[in-house]
Design a protein around this ligand. Sequence first.
Ligand code: BTN
Length: 247
Amino acid sequence: MSEWLGAERVHHEVCGSTNDEAIALARSGVRHGTVVTADAQRSGRGRSDHTWHSPPGENLYMSCVLRPELEARAVPPITLAAGLGVVETVNSYGVGASLKWPNDVLVGRKKLSGILTEMGSRANRTDYVIVGIGVNLNTLTFPAELADIATSVRLEGGEVVDRAEFVDRLLARLQPWFDRFFDGGVPAIAGEWVANANIGRQRLSTQIGGRRVEGVAAGLEPDGALLITDDLGVDHRVVAGDVELIE
Ligand code: BTN
């Protein structure tokens, strides 16, 4: 099957955010699979209004414009499919990374990569989906506030990562995961996702309806919700928000 992801590419030396560039391109009508990259971002964004550390020339800042035939409510778990492509790619560099619901790629407890999915829709019809991916590749020294919670492929795997080569490897791994997700939804990717997410071993806490829930990650639901089993054996569905790893 021909490659559709990255068949059209746009690169910036510097931009505000590759997600913002991708949104503008999507609104102007670019094709499914267009990929935007940058050497640096001035205002890289993460979930929950966090900034994404985006120094020049070191790391991957990439956003994919997708136009799936999916209802808007079926789109958010695409982040899980993207995570699989990222974890496979970084692990091909000798890194032992795993997934944390919904959008983190971690080594141990440290963040190696994050995914920010944004979309445009009318009624329940999806116009475009932007999957923005940041991967810390070559950073050796993080700002003080990130030093204990972030890591890079270089720090974990030892080798200097060629960014162009990394983009090619990543696109080659992302496309089949996106295709599987478009064809079969979460059930088509859940087994691999669970296998890469320390399910059954990760102890997590989160807020559900204003109440703190703590327990062990138990699996993925067909709609992409995370199941947490608390210490009384009760299952809780996490559909939105953040989960925290507990010591
Ligand atoms: C997160 O972990 O909260 C998500 C981080 C996503 C960062 C990437 S870098 C490329 C793209 N452009 C952005 O502004 N954000 C995403």
